[in-house]
Each structure stands twice: as structure tokens, then as C-alpha cells.
Design a protein around this ligand. Structure first.
Ligand SMILES: *Cc1c(COP(=O)(O)O)cnc(C)c1O
Length: 371
């Protein structure tokens, strides 16, 4: 059995350190804010190469808070790639703005800048670039286009902790970036958690106030905010894991390199894009084939768990039937959902596991192409 994810094994490997960190929060009885949160925010800002980090309740809240803090004109258009998790677009609508979907590139699966350009109008105020699967977007091209137009660039880095565009960590390359620490992410909490990073001190201050009832101190509420803070317990958990994250990402890249080598030359299988100028966080290793369902069944029968990210393009979800028909149904990325398969990926995999996956995938295409 080769699991897609092994959170239990990860905990057991960290148990003494993790239990000590959690016990410290329990004995201090400092459950909101305090040392654990401050330490994590400082360390995560440093890790991502950003001046500021604000811990929040989850990655979706992070996006909503950021959009509110940017103070875009009411009812602005915000461009979001169709190949993502719904949080990327949901946050736009929840913040009182309009989602405009753009296509994703069939090779990188990231937002397609040529298509973004055609979708921008006078009402466009921001673009959310999703560093999907842990692969950083081309930030130079995006910023060169967006800056002169005065568009704000939000990086949804929920899957890309530690990823680098030209040796700079993602998150604060645009105006502001958001992270999720959902348990299955490369850096996962033991519950919901998220963070915002930016180099803009004023934006950071507004985000922090929005996430904490529009206040700085206990009762000085300057405006109505909300409650979306990073729990002290989650901060302690994340603080322990952050020490290992770089090593885990390196191991994920090693596994990806083995997959790339072992799976080349299978004509029906498209491998993910690896660009040597970007450090991929390898959150997911996504392959594509027209015979995806049969491949998935074949791997499942061999005890290999896979995932699908994502089965449906955002624009085609029932949640977006309210959009104009031409805003939906017209993306190359609409086909990804029937063809993509996420192979097991993570530091829990041994070299033997990786070889087993490679052999099973290869056997599927070899035997099924005969006759
Ligand atoms: C996980 C994820 C989110 C949302 O994060 P939560 O912490 O689950 O709210 C947002 N965007 C992307 C691309 C994600 O993968």
C-alpha cells in the first residue's frame, strides 16, 4: 500500500518535539496570540523572504482579508485562473468583487498570461496568480504587464511554501501572498490555519487589524473587522514542522526527479513542467493522460493511492452558473479535469515506493498498448 499522504507517520516521526511544543502551549495557557504565534510569524516571514507575516485562521480567510485590505474599488473585476481550488475565486466574490476567470497553460497548468491580457478591462483591479501544485508562476512577465496598468498582484501560495521564482521565495514578489496550512499542504497544521506575507508595512497593518476585529489593542476598534487569527496551538505545531520544511521540499524534488526520469518516453503520458530557474515545492506531481480513469484504477488495484486536482474547472462548477455563458465553458483548461492524475508525493515515500509507482505506471502503458 502506497498512501497519497501519511500525516500519522509524520506525527510519529516528530512526536517528542511536537508533544513538547504542544505541552508548552497547554501549560502556558496562552491560547490566542502570545509567544508561539509571534515566533512562528517571524520565522515564516524569514523563511519566505518577506518583511511581514500575519497568521490567520486559514488560507481562504487569508485571501479574503488581503482582498479587503487592498481596498479595491467596489465591484472590481479580479482575474483568477480556472485551474485552482475554489477558495481562489470564492474569496473574490465574498469580498464584494467580481470573478473573471482566465485560462491555464496546458503545459505548466499555471495561469496563462496571454489569456489574462485578453480578459483585462477598465474594471479589472487585481490578478490572483496561483502557484499551483507548488510550481511558481512567471512573476517577471506577470508583474511587467500588471504594474504599468496599476493592477494589484495577489499570490495564492497555498500550495507553494518554499517555492522560488529565480531564487526568490514566492509570496511577497507581487503585492501580497497568502498561504494555507491545511493539514495536507506541504506545511500543514493539526487543523485549519493560514498566513499572509507582504513587504508592504501598511498593507500588513491593515490585514492584521481586519483579522482581529479592526483593532490593534484590546478595545480600540477603528473599523469592523472579523475574527480570523492563527491559534497558538497551531502556531506551535507549525513552528516545529517549519524546521524540517526545506529538507522535505528537497526530498519531494528528489522524488519528482525520479518520477521524471522513470516515466519519460511513455507517449500517452504528459509529465509536469520543471524549469531550472524555479524551485518547485512539489506539493503535487500531476501527470496527464487521455486514459486517466483506467490508469487510476490500475494503480488503485496495485495499492497506489492517487488524487485528482482538480476534477472540474472552476468556471464549470455549479457555483458559477450565475456567470455569463461566455465567462464559462471556453477554456482549454476545461479538459484537464478528465485527464490529470496526482501521483503519490511526499517525504513519506521511500525510493522503493517511488520505483513501485514508476513500474506500475509503465506496466499500464506497456501492456495496454499491446494489441
Ligand atoms: C488549500 C488551498 C486554499 C485554501 O486554503 P484553506 O486553508 O483550506 O482555506 C486556497 N487556494 C489554494 C490553491 C489551495 O490549494
Amino acid at each position: 500500500m502506497i498512501p497519497f499522504l501519511d500525516l500519522q507517520g509524520q506525527y510519529l516521526g516528530l512526536k517528542p518535539e511536537m508533544d513538547a511544543a504542544i505541552t508548552e502551549v497547554l501549560t502556558s495557557a496562552h491560547f490566542i496570540g502570545g509567544k508561539a504565534v509571534e515566533a512562528f510569524e517571524t520565522n515564516f516571514a524569514t523563511f519566505q523572504g518577506a518583511d511581514h507575516c500575519i497568521g490567520v485562521g486559514n488560507g481562504t480567510d487569508a485571501l479574503e482579508i488581503v482582498i479587503e485590505a487592498l481596498d479595491l474599488p467596489a465591484n472590481s473585476e479580479v482575474i483568477v485562473p480556472v485551474n485552482s481550488f475554489i477558495a481562489s475565486s470564492e474569496a473574490v466574490t465574498r469580498s464584494g468583487h467580481r470573478v473573471v476567470f482566465c485560462d491555464a497553460d496546458p503545459h505548466t497548468y499555471l495561469l496563462d498570461l496571454a489569456d489574462v491580457r485578453t480578459r483585462a478591462t477598465q474594471q479589472t483591479a487585481a490578478v490572483i496568480c496561483v502557484h499551483l501544485y507548488g510550481n511558481p508562476c512567471n512573476m517577471d512577465e506577470l508583474l511587467e504587464w500588471a504594474r504599468p496598468l496599476g493592477l494589484r498582484v495577489i499570490e495564492d501560495a497555498a500550495q507553494a511554501h518554499g517555492a522560488e521564482w529565480k531564487e526568490r521565495r514566492v509570496g511577497a514578489l507581487g503585492d501580497v501572498g497568502t498561504f494555507s496550512f491545511y493539514p495536507g499542504k506541504n506545511l500543514g497544521a493539526y487543523g485549519d490555519a493560514g498566513a499572509i506575507v507582504t513587504n508592504d508595512a501598511e498593507l500588513a497593518r491593515r490585514c492584521r487589524m481586519i483579522a482581529n476585529h479592526g483593532r490593534v489593542h484590546k478595545y480600540d476598534h477603528e473599523f469592523e473587522g472579523r475574527n480570523s487569527r492563527l491559534d497558538s496551538m497551531q502556531a506551535a505545531v507549525l513552528g516545529v514542522k517549519l524546521r524540517y520544511l526545506n529538507g522535505w521540499i528537497d526530498r519531494r524534488n528528489q522524488i519528482a526527479a525520479k518520477y521524471m526520469k522513470g516515466l519519460t518516453g511513455l507517449h500517452e503520458l504528459a509529465l509536469p513542467a520543471f524549469d531550472p530557474t524555479r524551485r518547485h515545492a512539489c506539493h503535487l506531481f500531476v501527470v496527464r493522460t487521455a486514459r486517466r480513469d483506467r490508469l487510476r484504477d490500475h494503480l488503485a488495484a496495485a495499492g497506489i493511492q492517487c488524487g485528482i486536482h482538480y476534477p472540474t474547472s472552476l468556471a464549470r462548477l455549479p457555483a458559477y452558473t450565475y456567470l455569463d455563458p461566455e465567462q464559462r465553458m471556453s477554456f482549454r483548461a476545461d479538459d484537464f479535469g478528465n485527464e490529470v492524475l496526482s501521483l503519490p508525493m511526499g517525504e513519506h515515500l521511500s525510493d522503493t515506493d517511488v520505483e513501485t509507482v514508476i513500474e506500475a505506471v509503465t506496466a499500464f502503458f506497456d501492456t495496454s498498448s499491446v494489441g
